[in-house]
Every structure is written in structure tokens, then in C-alpha cells.
Design a protein around this ligand. Structure first.
Ligand code: THU
Length: 149
């Protein structure tokens, strides 16, 4: 599958703003995550009356992708309203880095577009290799790729 034009990926992330559930912050976020297969997985932020339980748009996009067996990603677009582009929060950076730091992250707002390498957003990140785990040890890590259960 050919990579989508960036503007198309931005449009898919922007479509998610409609679904954003952000009654507390009124800050809507949409995300579109491109897997190495070319498939796109989207998410929006989902807030909660117990504020700390809020789930960011990026995290929902990652969950959607991983739930479909995708664990390698090329690009992530994060769309917000307002003028200033937004980079993923610290928790989202860590969640994304679990699946590799080679992806490019785009922050898109009405008045600004920015991009970063994920590895620059989270240098020296904490990862599974620091747990002394092998590449596919005992957590189902290989199941999606091999098709086994
Ligand atoms: N939010 C995201 O969805 N992604 C981020 O990277 C930053 C913050 C959401 C969480 C909350 O619903 C709202 O933005 C304000 O923090």
C-alpha cells in the first residue's frame, strides 16, 4: 500500500475531533497513526469525571492499531484546534515508544504545523530491553506477526 499524502493523514486525524469527548478541558484532540502496512488507525481523547482516567487521542490510536495486530508504525498525526501545534504528552511518548521510536510525529493546528522524530521527543526512553527481556519473550509479542495463538 502506498503511503498516504500527509494532508490525507491530517484529514483523518481532524475527522476525529468530532468524536472527541472533552467536556472538562474543552480541548479536543484527534490522532491518525500509520502502520508499516499503510493501514491507518485513528483515535480521539476520551475524558472522565475522574480526571486522571482521561485517555489521550494518541493512546486510543495505538490501542486500535495493536488490537488489530499492528505494532510497527511510520507516522502519527496529532490534530488540535487553536493556533499552536501540539506534541504528544509525556505519557503518550512512552506509550508510542513501546513500539519503536523510528516514527515521525506531526503536530497540526490551525495556525501551525510541526514535526519531530519520536526518538527526539523521548531520548533514552525506558523500554523492554532494560527489563532484560528478549525480543519476543512470553507476552504474546510474536503472536500477531506469526499468526499463531
Ligand atoms: N491530550 C491528548 O489527547 N493528547 C496529548 O498528547 C495531550 C493531551 C488530551 C487529554 C485531555 O483530554 C486534553 O487533551 C487536555 O489535556
Amino acid at each position: 500500500m502506498d503511503p498516504l499524502p500527509l494532508d490525507r493523514l491530517v484529514a483523518l486525524a481532524r475527522e476525529m475531533l468530532v468524536y472527541s469527548y472533552a467536556p472538562y478541558s474543552r480541548f479536543s484532540v484527534g490522532a491518525a497513526l500509520e502502520a508499516d502496512t499503510g493501514e491507518i488507525f485513528t483515535g480521539c481523547n476520551v475524558e472522565n469525571a475522574s480526571y486522571g482516567l482521561t485517555i489521550c487521542a494518541e493512546q486510543n490510536a495505538v490501542a486500535a492499531a495493536v488490537s488489530r495486530g499492528r505494532r510497527r508504525f511510520r507516522r502519527l498525526v496529532v490534530v488540535t484546534g487553536g493556533q499552536r501545534a501540539v506534541a504528544p504528552c509525556g505519557r503518550c511518548r512512552q506509550v508510542l515508544a513501546e513500539f519503536g521510536t523510528d516514527m515521525v510525529v506531526y503536530g497540526v493546528a490551525n495556525g501551525e504545523r510541526m514535526h519531530w522524530k519520536l526518538k527526539d521527543l523521548i531520548p533514552d526512553h525506558f523500554g523492554r530491553e532494560l527489563l532484560d527481556m528478549g525480543p519476543a519473550s512470553g507476552d504474546g509479542a510474536g503472536a500477531a506477526e506469526s499468526g499463531s495463538r
